[in-house]
Design a protein around this ligand. Sequence first.
Ligand SMILES: [Zn+2]
Ligand SMILES: [Zn+2]
Length: 473
Amino acid sequence: MKTVLNPGLNPVMDSGCMRAAELIQKGRFACACGRDHGANVKEVIIGRDALSALPGVLGRLGAARAYIVSDRNTERAAGGRVAAILDAAGFRLDRFVFDRGFVEPDEPAVGAAVLNMCGGPASEDPLAAGKTAVVAVGSGVINDICKILAHMTGAPFVTVATAPSMDGFCSSTSSVLRGGLKVSVGSRCPDAVVGDTEILCAAPENSILAGLGDMIAKYVALFEWKLGHIVTGEYYCELTVNLMREALEKVVSNAAGLKNREPEAIEAVMEGLVISGIAMDYAGISRPASGIEHYFSHIWDMRGVSFGTPVALHGIQCGIGTVLALEGYEKLFAQIAKMNGSKPDYERARRVHEVFDVHEHAKKIAARLGPGGEIIAEDLKNRRLYDRADTEERLRKIAANYELIKAEAEKTLPSAHRVADMLRDAGAPVRPSEIGLPDEEIPVDFVMTRDIRDKYILSSFAYDLGINIDFDI
Ligand SMILES: [Zn+2]
Ligand SMILES: [Zn+2]
């Protein structure tokens, strides 16, 4: 494991990648949570002139040749410079540029990237002829495609980020369209991530705002991990939470600089997104990075695929989902405060559960979400959320820990108002209607968020408590 911070250039000690670098240098270690933690990414280089570190990065991975993948936009942003730098350093280059700006992560796109890597004369098989590194120039789809390519070929793999837009840089899964359905497939984390501040600062505004939204989401994700730990007894790691929270606070304290694309602000977002990937590696689950806000986004994505409703970038949707989640927690605790003795009414909750019809609910999900929803609906009766004995056990845990849960929310969740102001100041939307989705549908989608995955979140908590949250719509 080796981490290089702007090697031989200008190692600024407070540069954006210091924390990520420290984590990688730490290697594998035993944690107080009872598990061993380690990062899959071997190098993270974020900072001014980071691109010039590329030949060294590829060299350390044992590559003599590079297969550079980009699309028309990322080619303009960085592909040409990446190729020139590697060419000047003596690397043999194979290039594949998608001939359009927007690439769908579907079968033809993945197939084209594979065929162009392996499609030369047999005598020139790049994998047999020596180590070819896959170099992804891009942040979203291009990275997802190259992660699959690296997974299939076992080739060394470097991502050159062109935008600080989402936290999937270091994850080991790719989001793809298979048979028209959005699915997550196993792929591979890059060996190295390179983020040149000059390139990242020139990224489209929307993609920077998406990165901010994906980071702000961590407020909710981290609280809900704790909530799930308290109510269902699931695994939890304090160290991972603190690591993520530290990266999040750095993003928030620099957020005012995003509007003017100050390098420190952009670097904080990029580093936070990379650390999200490391935190998920540490935990072995997505808990440190996603909660109910991500499920709002998944629902809007599914409806987009099924019914052609408007869809915005993942992180933009997560930012809106975060404001909704924070508002939801505020309303939930306020509604409970008005109940008898300012405590949840568990008897009332039990009466709500008694009349809940899971089959009717499943039908509504299938109708609202389309084919993806049908798959969820089919599995609903097996969910622990709707098992009466499990529900009773959770209610018991909630009753014993209600004050603790409330105190944790007050301590770690910022106000919806504050987060909405921060996103607005940066130029990001904060309500569904601002991305073309009716605000009146918030309660309908909210109820379905609890069924997207088997994760305990605000909407599962509200279900257990038998409470309908009164969203402002
Ligand atoms: Zn741990
Ligand atoms: Zn995300």
